[in-house]
Design a protein around this ligand. Structure first.
Ligand code: GLY
Ligand code: MN
Ligand code: MN
Length: 462
């Protein structure tokens, strides 16, 4: 029988803790967040906590010792509270249900943690993840030091982030299965959004479809297929709104002849998906739209080809930028007499006027998932920086099987006198989710058309 993933991950982290000097890790779940008045945001677990525990209740904290012993602090099962908040697992049931060794009521955290901390040399917490224990931790450390009689020397407070982040960066089979399902739901939602626009404008070619209507189609498909909801704020941008990279779906009107850029993905069982598609509102690309779409799609194709074990995460970006830059020169968005050839455009960063973001990021529990992007063991080298200048730093990290990245080139053309008017207000992004597999990568988000002919066929056939 396979060890359940959460137990397996705790055992692996305990091994890593032991190798890094031992001690205990404290991993609380996310704090509840107030929305307004006495109204809370819906609770969403902490990503690291859930990765290690599989436990969804708020007000919980995992303690993991380097010898592999795990302890969970959670709300005591309480009949009165359950009337309001539903059934709770409680510390009595937690060891059996979650495979932890010990469990305690969360109210005992202040009493027991300084005690436990007083016995170890290293206390590991997540330095960069805000949590409900941040205010209390300095006091616990002070008490632990007094108790341990170690004076100011110990226990030492160390950052757990890099240890767990490295684990989370390489997805196991359970995680990839979940991410595949999340991407399939998101793809279905994008296909639904395209179909909706096509139908509306076929029925009434003069209609204006609001961005929020399209967002509603996405949400409908996410929820009806069992996703928790969006993994991040859905971007639905009509026409020129697409040139605002994080344009939230609003009342913007989408009309025949315009493009619609949708960047939306659901969260399923704690995992994000992240897909962008750009489609013509009425189901037919205009000539200039198709021209730029073909450039962005070609850029994505070379990014896909550059994504394989052993290549660097940044290679996809370099490859995409070369194709985009060439396209900008070929179609007169960058003048050759002013900007030179494609190498000059890449070196000067002139392309950044139309392509100002990166080509991808790690994807996992967080849409911009954890994990180091640089190969810190290698010597620093002089290289292009994100802003089109130069920087001396460690090279980009090499890809390994089980990493999941997005590949998301785009072009965004604001009106300007030195840009051919035919391209004004065209904003295009094409984004897919890629699992690094032996010899290449597998796109898990392709159950929605991406080739322009396939988009047109889908929108006219439904
Ligand atoms: N949806 C945010 C991103 O693509 O990175
Ligand atoms: Mn993305
Ligand atoms: Mn996206």
């Amino acid at each position: 029988m396979r060890t359940p993933p959460f137990r397996r991950r705790r055992a692996e982290l305990a091994r890593r803790l032991a190798a890094a000097g031992g001690g205990m890790a404290i991993v609380p779940t996310a704090p509840m967040q107030m929305r307004n008045g006495d109204n809370e945001h819906p609770f969403r677990h902490g990503s690291h906590f859930h990765y290690l525990s599989g436990f969804d209740e708020p007000h919980s904290c995992l303690v993991l010792h380097a010898d592999g012993c795990s302890e969970l602090f959670c709300h005591a099962a309480n009949a009165e509270r359950s009337v309001w908040e539903g059934p709770m697992l409680g510390p009595e049931a937690a060891p059996q249900a979650l495979g932890v060794d010990l469990a305690w009521p969360i109210e005992r955290l202040d009493e027991l943690l300084p005690e436990l901390m007083g016995r170890v040399r290293n206390v590991w917490t997540l330095f960069t993840v805000p949590s409900a224990i941040d205010q209390r931790l300095p006091g616990w450390l002070a008490r632990a030091r007094t108790r341990a009689g170690l004076g100011a020397e110990g226990p030492v407070h160390r950052d757990l982030g890099p240890l767990v982040d490295e684990m989370r960066l390489i997805k196991d089979a359970d995680e990839i299965d979940t991410m595949r399902r999340a991407a399939a739901i998101s793809a279905a939602a994008h296909a639904r959004a395209m179909r909706y626009c096509g139908q509306r404008l076929r029925a009434d070619p003069a209609a204006a479809v609001r961005e929020y209507e399209i967002e509603a189609e996405l949400l409908h498909e996410f929820r009806r297929r069992g996703a928790t909801g969006p993994a991040y704020g859905s971007i639905v941008a009509a026409g020129g709104n697409a040139c605002v990279l994080h344009h939230a779906a609003g009342p913007g009107e989408l009309r025949a002849g315009q493009l619609c850029l949708v960047d939306a993905g659901c969260e399923l069982d704690g995992y994000a998906s992240d897909i962008s598609r750009t489609f013509p509102a009425d189901g037919r690309f205009t000539g200039p739209q198709r021209t730029l779409y073909d450039v962005v799609l070609a850029a994505q194709q070379v990014a896909v080809a550059a994504t394989r074990p052993g290549s660097r995460q940044r290679d996809a970006h370099e490859a995409a930028v070369r194709v985009l830059s060439q396209g900008l020169l070929d179609h007169g968005l960058l003048a050759r007499d002013r900007h030179g050839d494609v190498d000059a455009v890449m070196a000067s960063g002139a392309y950044r006027r139309f392509y100002m973001h990166d080509t991808g990021h790690w994807l996992g529990r967080d849409v911009h998932d954890v994990g180091e992007y640089l190969s810190l063991q290698e010597p620093a080298v002089d290289q292009p920086d994100f802003r089109g200048g130069r920087v001396v730093r460690a090279p980009s990290r090499r890809l390994e099987c089980g990493m999941v990245v997005t590949l998301e080139p785009g072009l965004y053309v604001q009106p300007a006198p030195d840009v051919p008017e035919a391209f004004w207000n065209i904003g295009i992004r094409i984004e897919d989710d890629a699992v690094v597999v032996p010899g290449g990568c597998e796109l898990i988000s392709r159950a929605v058309p991406v080739e322009p002919d396939a988009i047109e066929a889908w929108m006219s056939a439904h």
